[in-house]
Design a protein around this ligand. Sequence first.
Ligand code: PMP
Length: 385
Amino acid sequence: MSRWDERLAARLDELDAKGQRRSLRAAALMPHGRMVRDGREALDFSSNDYLGLALHPMLGQRAADYATLYGAGSGASRLVTGTHDAHLAVEARIAALKGTEAALLLASGWQANAALVPALVKAVPGAAVFTDRLVHASIHHGCAAAGVRQKRFRHNDLAHLGELLAAEADAPARIVLTESVFSMDGDRADLAGLAALAREHDALLVVDEAHATGVLGPGGAGLTHGIADVDIAMGTFSKALGGFGGYLACSQVMKDWLVNACGGFIFTTAPPPAVLGAIDAALDLLPTLDDARAHLLSLGAQLRAGLAGLRIDYGASTTQIVPAIIGDEEDALRMSAQLEARGMIAAAIRPPTVPAGSSRLRIALRAGHSAEDVDALLCALEACR
Ligand code: PMP
C-alpha cells in the first residue's frame, strides 16, 4: 500500500467504526416502479425517475438516433467548436418551457449549481449570498468555491430571510438561493413570497427546480413558471425528465454573462448528442403526462395519510417526495435494511445530508407505482418500525 492509501484506509476505518462508511451497489431501473438490485427484483422507492421516462422507448430511441446522426461525443467545449444546432434547439425549448428569454444547458444539475454563484460573484465582487438552510450540497459547494460569506436562513422562514437581507442593505448586491421542492423533505418554498421579498431588497432570486421540473406546474413546467421575479430557474434532466444534464433558465443578458464567466460551462466538453436526444424526446412527452402527474400526487396523498395512521412524521411534504422521519440514525438504517429484506428499496438518509436527529427514509414515488404498491410499503413500515 502506498503512503496515501494507508492514510485513506485509516480514515475509512474511522468511518466504518462510526457506521458511516458508504459503498456502491449495482442496481437497474425496471418499469412499474421496480428495480433489480443484487440480482433481486424489488419495489423501488429511492430513484428519482418520477415519471418513468428513463426507460421510455422514445428517449432511448432518440438518444440512439442522435448518437448515430451526430456522433457519440461533441468534440469540444461549447465556446470552441462544441455547440451543435441541437444544443441551441434544446436551450430554446427549455426557455419556452420555463417562460424565460433564454436558457443554458450544463453538464449536470450539480455543475449548474456549483458553477453559478462563482460566476455571479465575478460580476459583483462582495455580493452577499443567502441560502435556505436545506438547499442542496451543490449550492453550498458553489458558495464555498466563490469564497463568499454565505448567510443561511431558517428553512422556508421568510421573516428570517428578510432580517438577514436588511442587515446586508449596504452590500454591493444580494443573491437568494432556494429550492422550489426540497429534495429530502418534499415540501415547497413560498415562491411568490420569496419573489416579493427579493424585489423589496433588490436581490437576485435563484430557484432550484430539480424535483419540480416535469412533475409540478402547468404541463410539468415547474413552479417558477409565471413568477416574474424569479431571475434564474435551475433544473436537471436527470430526475423526472429521465435523462441527464442541468440547465439555468434566465434572461438573455444573464445567459450571455454565464457564457463568458461560468467556469463550469466554459471549461468542459459540451453535452454529447445522445443526451440531447433524450432531452428532446422528454420535452416532447412532457405535455402529455398530466395523468401520470396526477397519479403521482395522489400516491403522495395516500402515503401521507397512511403514515399519519402509523404516527410516522412526514414533515411538511406535499409532493412525490415523502420522508418517513425516524429520528435516530441507527433506527433509520435498520428499517431500511428490513424493508430491503422484504423486497423494498427506501434509502436511509442521515446527517450530514439531513440535520442531526432527523434521519429518515426518503420515499420517492414513481408514476409506475400502484396504490397497492403504496399499501404494501405501509404494511412493511408498520411491521418493521
Ligand atoms: N439540486 C437538487 C435539489 C438535487 O436534489 C440534485 C440531485 N441530487 C441536484 C441539484 C443535482 O442534479 P444532477 O443530479 O443533475 O447533478
